[in-house]
Design a protein around this ligand. Structure first.
Ligand SMILES: Nc1ncnc2c1ncn2[C@@H]1O[C@H](COP(=O)(O)OP(=O)(O)OP(=O)(O)O)[C@@H](O)[C@H]1O
Ligand SMILES: [Mg+2]
Length: 300
């Protein structure tokens, strides 16, 4: 259920998301003996929420790399075993293991998929899920060993509210779709990796303008599609090839506007911070929070 995850993803591979990156950088030495003597408590964890392809999983990987800690990925699907009582023992096992390896980062990807069924009561097995979830959040609250939890979630509406109570996470970050400057940055990250000597030949400004409402993952995909065009013609690919690929792509956000807006409102009500420095978004989150009243956590 736990997997050692080797990663070489550094913060340099993440475009945009300046707020989140500064937050991570500032805590670089937070798990050292020196920090303990200074009186700083162990950071507990972050929750990263956002729509598909905005870099949640990527960021989770970079945190461990940046802090030079081992990364353990929890397969939450496998937490639930067939035999009665098995799931409970697996959580205990998981907790023992991470504590033995600590200091480390425990990555719980797509936590909404594992525990989203709890509050709705739709799940026939919800007794077990609830107990497993209960032990997990109790541990998150009380653990004194340096295990930093990075959880990611997409469909926050189904997340049980207890998960978000104070003390479980140090911070909740909302990852929005990248704005134009951030899109330029993401193009740069990927083109730098693929064609380090030719980056300057690509009109990054043009590419960023043409990709309104594209996620980071969709930006990566149009670059790949553009590469196929160039490769098919037996020449190197250009910005024009990427533009062609862009024209043939309908970004998910174009058909999921409401979902994204709902996610923003939720993020504001949960007191989430914007992962991006985007001032328009930061203001918007603030406004939502004021409208709803601070500390309000219940959704729907
Ligand atoms: N901000 C970014 N900078 C650079 N690359 C990005 C960024 N966001 C996404 N990508 C690219 O898209 C890929 C997929 O992103 P990632 O898996 O982190 O998305 P996610 O938010 O976890 O999505 P999902 O909700 O579908 O799990 C990354 O591996 C990376 O190549
Ligand atoms: Mg992911």
């Amino acid at each position: 259920i736990l997997e050692f995850f080797q990663t070489s993803e550094s913060l340099k591979n993440v475009g945009g998301l300046q707020n989140l990156k500064s937050w991570v950088k500032m805590r670089k030495n937070a798990f050292t003996e020196e920090a303990r003597r200074y009186g700083i408590p162990n950071p507990k964890g972050v929750l990263l929420v956002g729509i598909q392809g905005t870099g949640k999983s990527l960021s989770a990987k970079t945190i461990a790399h940046e802090w030079r800690l081992p990364l353990l990925r929890l397969d939450s699907g496998r937490l639930f075993g067939g035999i009665v009582g098995e799931s409970e023992s697996r959580v205990r096992q998981m907790i023992q293991l991470t504590e033995a390896i600590a200091p480390c980062v425990l990555w719980i990807d797509e936590i909404d998929k594992a525990f989203g069924n709890i509050s709705s009561g739709m799940d026939g097995d919800s007794g077990t899920s609830r107990r497993v979830f209960g032990s997990l959040i109790t541990w998150m609250q009380e653990k004194t060993v340096p295990v930093f939890i990075v959880a990611t979630a997409n469909n926050v509406r189904i997340l049980p509210a207890e998960l978000l109570r104070k003390g479980r996470f140090d911070e909740i970050f909302f990852l929005n779709l990248p704005n134009e400057i951030e899109r330029q940055d993401i193009f740069k990250v990927h083109l730098n990796r693929l064609r380090p000597s030719r980056v300057r030949q690509f009109d990054l400004g043009l590419l960023a303008r043409q990709t309104k409402d594209f996620s980071g993952a969709e930006i990566e995909q149009v670059i790949i599609d553009g590469m196929h065009i160039g490769f098919g013609d037996r020449r190197d690919f250009t910005a024009e090839d990427i533009v062609k690929a862009i024209e043939e792509t309908v970004p998910l956000a174009a058909v999921a506007k409401e979902q994204i807006e709902g996610l923003k409102q939720w993020a504001a009500s949960a007191g989430a911070r914007s992962a991006s420095l985007d001032t328009v978004l930061v203001e918007k989150l603030k406004r939502y929070t004021q409208q709803q009243g601070l500390g309000h956590l219940e959704v729907d």
